[in-house]
Each structure stands twice: as structure tokens, then as C-alpha cells.
Design a protein around this ligand. Structure first.
Ligand code: F6R
Length: 609
């Protein structure tokens, strides 16, 4: 949450930072601000509540001069989303500017001390204390002043700082939250992720826990909080600006939905051996350790949790292992029973979600083996886990997750089949056959995408609905949850997903004449029972919208609307049923005139607990 950019070079700093903020806006859009430092040492700050466009209206006509700049796009925690609370924050003299992502937990104590020492507070944020502390501690060495302040901070933070006396230096620091350095020629960058500077350089280096980086035009120096210089490897970002642009689509989400066939191919690519079996070095587990696993616990939040639920069906079926799926925010507060023979799979697109990260830390403290399934190379969760499986979905900019979720589901199948292969719970021919089915999925997803005109039309018809229900059985149940989550977060329609067999125990009371009920009736073992459930809701007046497999007419008589998907194995149907629900929710939001990429109150990378 919150996007941060820093730049020092020879280009107009404001332009570079605004471009970075545009790409990071998915991380929060309650306010935005920049601070630009001219070569003559004049520090100018502009900030505005609301989306970045509000700030751009102010600065674009009257650019702030200077080739050193820092910027911020905010998801509010401390203090309302107002101009006054927007970052950057400055000290009393207006000579230090600070942008911050995270929460400083001991800020009240720090504020009390600062007020006693005569500092004047101008915002309700926790961030402002950092500017005042730097004012006190700066004596010519900005990196040392930042190290000194960081030693006194509790909580989580990424800080990026500029000082009017130092037109040659931007300083950044991090604890628990992500900060990446972009390495250029005669210019260097800082960003919450690589998209912040991908238009300028594809060479990057991760800033590690409790490290401080001094960014100059001719290089960077990274130190620990006690000032020890640390080396670190750089890496090459293997996608370019096109991947982070809309490519002709009105919204990123619509583009990312279309990218799913390619994303799935990337997830599968290189993981299959010539003999048709799987090779997953990335698990970093010996065959003996894999055979010793006694239970699997999957931890995740939101849509990633739904991917984990699909994983439960697959892993239990193929590996005959007990699998629990836990919401990460609850996991560690429940004293969960995990230990040496537990495989914990942490699923997170961003790899930065605070709830999931804390759950990972707890699982590791209990000696469980933690595998991160994430889209983000070098993310905190991947680095703090024992091993990482990268889903390789490419950058996902829209706040609502689509291609990241579908690739997570593929990852669940791949990991499940690998465990089954090594444990011998499925023979080699069966594993090969499942993998062959998976390899067909990208083409089938494309077929679903090519059939979406009817769904777009249906979406326009749902804009005024106050409530929509989603029903599924077996692997359709997690997808019913996912369909409901997408519709509520994008279209602000009250939506709930239920196991279809459960509705008669209460939720059926919600159904009135005309209530839309989306039923995930893709072919699977329970479809006869699902047909009964469709009849039950229809008998009570529901308008049934049924997602059904080509050629399956068992449910047709009870469907007011039918969305057809191609046939695949029942366990793999989530990879197809998810697509019409993504399109439906995006199109309802679009028809309501809402911002599909940036739904209200949300941010993509949720780095607060
Ligand atoms: C919904 C959505 C969220 C995320 C959740 C976890 O469309 O995107 O529910 O799935 O915040 O995020 P990650 O996967 O980054 O841990």
C-alpha cells in the first residue's frame, strides 16, 4: 500500500516521478504528492487529496524545476485523505521532505518528544515525525541521519527522503515493506516496485530488511542500520513497458483478463520434463522430505485464498494428504497446529501482503516448510519463505486480481501433481495425462474469452441489481466466492458466494422475485445435485444465470440465461468458469461508470494488518 518513487539524474525529476506514480497508483489513490529539488537547493512540494490526476492538474502547467525528486501515492492509514495529510511531509524549516509507506507504531511517543522540543506538527500522519527527527539529526550526512532515525522507529516502513542541502542525494530505507533500486546510467531510481522505473531501466536491485540506500547520480551505496556497507546482486527485469501499459484497452483489468492464456503458458513453461513429468527444483525439498509431509496448510487472503481453496481439492485428491486453507489474517492468532512435517503454501500475488507475511513468519517459527506461490520475484514473502514458486503472470496493475489468480490456480495444480508424482500417490501415466489436460487450458481460456459478447450484454442488465448470489459445488464453490468478491469490489453490488448445497440452511431466504443467482454448473461429479439446487432457487423466483459446459443440457430447462464454456476435466473447471465472472464484474462496473482499475477504498498491495 502506498506507492513511492525517488529519482536523481539529469532529466526533469518531476516528470520521471509522475510517470512512476502513474504506474504505482494501483497501490493507493487517496492522495498524491511530489517534492522536487533544484540544483540551487530549492525544495518545492506539491500534494493533493484524491487521485494522481488532481495533482497533475496543478503541476503539469507549472513544472517544478530540478533533477532530483521524490513522490508518493497514498492509501490512507493515519489521518484522513486530505491535502494536509498527503505526502511528502516536511520539517519545520521546509528543508527535509519525506514520503512513507507503512505504519510507525511508536509515533505517538515520538510526537510527544518532538512537541516538547518545540516542533510544530502540521498533519495527523505518523510520517511527519520522520521529517522532524531528520531535522534534528541531520548534520551533512543524510544517509546517516536516516539510519539514526530508523533505529528509533517501530513498525513497518519504506522511507524516501530528500534534503535541500543535498541536491546530489536521495536516501531510502525499508523495514518489512518493499523497496527496489533501479540502476541507470548517470541516473538512479527508487520504487515500491520495478514498474516505477521500468520506462528508464530494467536493471534492478532489491533493498533488504533494515537497509538504507544512498542514491546518487553516479551510483548507489547500501548499508545496514549500523552503517556497514553491503553488496547485493542486481537482476534484469524480463518484461518491458508494454506489459505495464494498457495496450489499447480502456482499463488494465480488461487487458489483464485477455492476457490469461499467455500467462498460463508462462506458468507451465519450463516446468515439464521431456518425459512429460514435472521437475520442480524450486520447491527446494528432497524427495525424502516430500514423502515425509504429513499435512498441507495453505495461507492466503482475498482472491489468493480462493486459489488456495481450489488447491485443497486438487492436493487432497491427488496426494491423499490432509489440506487446510486458512485466511492469513486469522492463521497466526489461532495457535495453529503446524510443525516440521507440515508443508505451508503461502499464496500471494504481490508477495507483500502483511497478513500473509506474518503468517509465513509464524509458520517458519513453528519449523514448517514454507513455499511461497507468488507473482513477484524478490518480494518479501518469497525471500522469507523456504522456497518460492513464481507464477510468472507478468505485471498486474488493476487492483482486482485476474491473471494472477488464474496462474495461482495453475500453480496449485502443478504443485499438487508434483507432490503426487514424488509420493507415488498417482502413477506416472496419470500425472502425464493431467499435465496434458493442463496444457490445453490456455486454448480453452481463449475460447471462453472469444465468447464473451453475451456476458457483456448481461452485465448491462445487472447494473441496478442490489444483490447477486453465486452458487457452486466442489471446485465450483471457491469460484462462487471469487465471482462474488469480484462483483462486490468492482461494481459495489452486495454479492455472496455459497456452496449450493448450503443455501437451504439459510441463505435461500435472500431470494426474492428476480434476484440474480449465478450458478457455476460446469461438468463435475455433483452436477445432478446442482441441478436440484438451481430448481430450488428458481422455484422461489430467482433469475438463474448458469455457467454450463458445452453439450450439457441437464440444467438448460432451469436456466434463464446460459453462459457456455468448453469441456475440460472437472477438477480443472475453475480455470474456465472464472473467466465469465471476471468479465461480468468488470463490465457491470464499466456500465455503472465506475473506475474498473481502482475501485473505491482498495489498494492492490495490502501491507497493513
Ligand atoms: C481481489 C484481490 C485481493 C487480493 C488480496 C491478496 O481481486 O485482488 O483480494 O487477492 O488482497 O493479495 P496478494 O495475493 O497480493 O497477497
Amino acid at each position: 500500500m502506498c506507492g513511492i518513487v525517488g529519482y536523481v539524474g539529469s532529466k526533469p525529476g518531476m516528470d520521471v516521478v509522475l510517470e512512476g506514480l502513474r504506474r504505482l497508483e494501483y497501490r493507493g489513490y487517496d492522495s498524491a504528492g511530489v517534492a522536487v529539488l533544484s540544483d540551487a537547493g530549492e525544495l518545492q512540494v506539491e500534494r493533493r487529496a484524491g487521485k494522481l490526476a488532481n495533482l497533475e492538474k496543478v503541476v503539469v502547467g507549472t513544472p517544478l524545476p530540478g533533477t532530483l525528486a521524490i513522490g508518493h501515492t497514498r492509501w490512507a492509514t493515519h489521518g484522513a485523505p486530505t491535502d494536509r495529510n498527503a505526502h511528502p511531509h516536511v520539517d519545520c524549516a521546509g528543508r527535509v521532505a519525506v514520503v512513507h509507506n507503512g505504519t510507525i507504531e511508536n509515533f505517538e511517543e515520538l510526537v510527544a518528544g518532538l512537541e516538547q522540543r518545540g516542533h510544530e506538527r502540521r498533519s495527523e500522519t505518523d510520517t511527519e515525525v520522520v521529517a522532524h527527527l531528520l531535522e534534528e539529526r541531520y548534520d551533512g550526512d543524510l544517509a546517516e541521519a536516516v539510519r539514526s532515525v530508523c533505529r528509533d522507529l517501530e513498525g513497518s516502513f519504506v522511507l524516501v527522503v530528500a534534503h535541500a542541502d543535498r541536491p546530489d542525494v536521495v536516501v531510502g530505507a525499508r523495514r518489512n515493506l518493499p523497496l527496489v533500486i533501479g540502476l541507470g546510467e548517470g541516473e538512479n531510481f527508487l520504487g515500491s516496485d520495478v514498474t516505477a522505473f521500468i520506462g528508464h531501466t530494467r536493471e534492478a536491485r532489491i533493498v533488504d530488511q533494515d537497509q538504507v540506500v544512498e542514491l546518487r547520480r553516479d551510483g548507489v551505496t547500501v548499508t545496514t542500520l549500523d552503517g556497514t556497507v553491503v553488496d547485493g546482486a542486481s537482476f534484469h527485469v524480463d518484461w518491458d513497458t508494454d506489459a505495464a501499459e494498457k495496450g489499447g484497452h480502456e482499463f488494465f483489468m480488461l487487458k489483464e483478463i485477455q492476457e490469461q492464456p499467455a500467462a498460463i503458458r508462462e506458468t507451465l513453461g519450463g516446468r515439464l520434463q521431456e518425459d512429460g513429468l514435472l521437475h520442480l527444483d524450486e520447491l527446494s525439498m528432497s524427495d525424502e522430505d516430500i514423502r515425509g509431509i504429513e499435512q498441507v496448510v495453505i495461507i492466503a487472503c482475498g482472491s489468493s485464498y480462493h486459489s488456495g481453496l481450489v488447491g485443497k481439492y486438487a492436493i487432497e485428491r491427488w496426494c491423499r494428504l490432509p489440506v487446510q486453507v486458512e485466511m492469513a489474517s486469522e492463521f497466526r492468532y489461532r495457535d495453529p497446529v503446524v510443525g516440521r512435517n507440515t508443508l505451508v503454501i503461502a499464496v500471494s500475488q504481490s508477495g507483500e501482503t502483511a497478513d500473509t507475511l506474518e503468517a509465513v513468519r509464524h509458520a517458519r517459527s513453528q519449523k514448517a516448510w514454507v513455499l511461497a506461490v507468488t507473482n513477484t520475484v524478490g518480494s518479501t514473502i518469497s525471500r522469507e519463505s523456504d522456497a518460492a514458486f513464481y507464477t510468472r503472470g507478468g505485471p498486474e496493475v488493476a487492483v482486482a486480481s485476474t491473471k494472477a489468480v488464474i496462474t495461482q490456480i495453475v500453480a496449485m495444480y502443478v504443485v499438487g501433481l508434483y507432490l503426487a508424482q514424488v509420493r507415488g500417490t498417482r502413477d506416472a501415466d496419470e500425472v502425464r495425462a493431467h499435465l496434458a489436460d493442463l496444457r490445453e487450458i490456455p486454448d480453452l481460456v481463449q475460447e471462453v474469452l472469444d465468447r464473451m459478447d453475451g456476458v457483456r450484454e448481461l452485465a448491462r442488465d445487472l447494473v441496478n441489481e442490489p444483490r447477486v448470489l453465486f452458487l457452486g459445488r466442489h471446485v465450483g464453490y471457491p469460484m462462487a466466492l471469487e465471482g462474488a468478491l469480484k462483483l462486490k469490489e468492482l461494481a459495489y453490488i452486495s454479492a455472496e458466494g455459497f456452496p449450493a448445497g448450503e443455501i437451504k440452511h439459510g441463505p435461500i431466504a435472500l431470494i426474492e422475485k428476480g434476484t440474480p443467482v449465478v450458478v457455476l454448473a460446469a461438468r463435475h461429479a455433483l452436477s445432478a445435485k446442482l441441478v436440484n439446487n438451481v430448481q430450488e432457487v428458481r422455484a422461489r423466483g430467482a433469475r438463474t444465470i448458469v455457467i454450463a459446459t458445452d453439450g450439457d443440457d441437464s440444467v438448460t430447462p432451469y436456466a434463464d440465461e446460459i453462459i457456455r464454456i468448453p469441456d475440460t476435466k472437472s477438477l480443472l473447471t475453475p480455470l474456465l468458469t472464472i473467466v465469465p465472472m471476471q468479465v461480468l464484474s468488470a463490465e457491470v462496473a464499466r456500465a455503472k461508470g465506475l473506475d474498473v482499475d481502482q475501485p473505491r477504498n482498495l489498494a492492490k498491495s495490502v501491507t497493513v494488518e
